[in-house]
Write a protein that binds this ligand. Structure first.
Ligand SMILES: Cc1cc2nc3c(=O)[nH]c(=O)nc-3n(C[C@H](O)[C@H](O)[C@H](O)COP(=O)(O)OP(=O)(O)OC[C@H]3O[C@@H](n4cnc5c(N)ncnc54)[C@H](O)[C@@H]3O)c2cc1C
Length: 413
């Protein structure tokens, strides 16, 4: 949609084809139905939050960036508001208002739209883009084509990975696809027995550990235990590292760790527990430590450390309290993977960015061919980063497809 607007603003005759019965289905369910349309953090931070080839976007951001996205929507009458971590949402809290604004702009610019129309493939001729073939067998000719088919996650929105073979046919490499921003699965007994199901932990540090026990990545955010493993913002952000670590280590499991009290050192915590032991010696462990952690998690960790929660605090051996302090700071558990790609918020991998011109989103191999959005091997954390990448690359792909169409001398209309 953004590419069609940019191309039309650059005076191209534009046709947007979508196999769905309406446009922007995924956008309309993003950000919990509120559309986290972009993020207001500084550009360096935006790039840092796009671990999948964020740096490729440096040049693109010098032409169109998050602040331009904000101005773009405000010009269309969509007021945006900033929430935590720089996340920008429409004031209406309605993702559909963002989709509608794009549709209105498309209609102002007279972008033609064909819905319920599946593209079969992109046509190339004599080393140049020539048009597309529809599933119906009909051919449509065009001097420039933008592939904006998205990734392969949540396929019911229309993103079923159709664009990858079209890119391959033009000589492009598709890097391995994998689920990212996806809940993590675990076979641990406490998960299988649903001991913590539904429990949310706020602002904890969640880490994926390397085989040597050192953290590969740590995210300090909220998380939730589910009936199959863990989810929530911290888990989603860790998920791609679980996938990569499983692949790299060729093991079936990876160890993760929760630091439930990240602002305190283990020693300081242990000293605090010792103080409580002195002052509240007669209370049960459960009551004396109340307030340290959410109750369910507290009871769980006490049990894990072999401490009877109803035992009088004074009688709990020091070494068990030391183990408890350690568990608060580093409760480790094994995970064995993630939910599948179809259930992921974002697809990792895609059209290799090494083969794309970073300022124009043009194919380095096939004149007249451009790419944008999640079909590219660009993947960010949730928080508006993927939509930012899609809108920015869309803007550039559309602009430059219009220019390449203008410069085409074959007379394709
Ligand atoms: C539930 C959910 C929540 C999300 N929340 C966030 C968030 O908070 N922040 C964030 O940054 N990102 C979020 N994302 C990711 C973000 O929505 C996507 O990265 C973004 O929509 C990608 O845009 P796109 O235009 O590249 O692809 P898509 O939005 O997937 O659009 C691709 C379009 O191509 C069409 N298409 C595909 N194949 C064909 C074909 N053969 N012929 C014709 N048309 C075809 C499809 O019908 C579809 O309309 C979320 C994703 C999901 C699933």
């Amino acid at each position: 949609m953004m590419a069609s607007i940019a191309a039309a603003e650059y005076k191209a005759k534009v046709l947007l084809i979508d196999k769905g019965n309406k446009l922007g289905k995924k956008l309309a369910i993003s950000g919990g139905g509120r559309c986290n349309v972009t993020n207001r953090l500084p550009l360096e931070e935006i790039i840092r939050h796009i671990p999948g080839n964020g740096r490729f976007l440096y040049s693109a951001f010098s032409i169109f960036n998050n602040e331009d996205i904000i101005r773009f929507f405000e010009k269309l009458g969509i007021e945006l508001k900033e929430e935590d971590h720089g996340r920008m949402f429409p004031v209406s809290n309605q993702a559909q208002s963002v989709v509608d604004a794009l549709l209105t702009r498309m209609s102002q610019l007279k972008v033609d739209v064909m819905l319920n129309t599946a593209v079969e493939k992109v046509l190339y001729e004599e080393e140049r883009t020539k048009g597309i073939l529809l599933k119906t067998g009909e051919k449509l000719f065009a001097p420039a084509v933008v592939i904006a088919t998205g990734g392969a996650s949540v396929p019911q929105t229309g993103s079923t990975g159709d664009g990858y073979p079209w890119a391959q046919a033009a000589g492009h490499t598709i890097t391995e696809l994998f689920p990212t921003e996806v809940p993590i699965t675990s076979n641990e007994r406490f998960i299988k027995e649903k001991q913590l199901q539904g429990l949310s932990l706020r602002d904890v540090s969640l880490s994926v550990l390397k085989p040597n026990g050192k953290p590969l990545i740590t995210h300090k955010m909220d998380m939730i235990f589910t009936h199959f493993g863990i989810s929530g913002p911290a888990a989603l952000r860790c998920s791609q590292f679980v996938v990569k670590q499983l692949k790299k280590s060729k093991q079936h499991e990876v160890v993760m760790a929760i630091d439930a009290l990240p602002s305190q050192s283990e020693e300081a915590l242990f000293q605090e527990i010792q103080k409580i032991k002195k002052n509240e010696a007669k209370k049960s462990g459960k009551n004396a430590l109340k307030g340290l952690l959410p109750e369910r998690y507290l009871l769980f960790l006490l049990t894990q450390c072999g401490i009877d929660a109803s035992e009088v605090f004074a009688t709990i051996p020091t070494e068990k309290l030391r183990a408890f302090a350690k568990a608060c700071k580093q409760f480790t558990f094994k995970v064995n993977g993630t939910l599948p790609l179809e259930k992921a918020f974002v697809t990792g991998g895609g059209v290799s960015v090494k083969e794309i011109e970073p300022k124009t989103m043009a194919s380095k191999f096939m004149p007249g061919l451009h790419f944008c959005g999640e079909v590219l091997d660009i993947y960010g954390y949730t928080g508006g980063y993927n939509i930012t990448a899609a809108l920015v690359t869309g803007r550039l792909a559309g602009m430059n497809a219009a220019l390449s169409a203008k410069n085409d001398t074959r007379g394709i209309k």
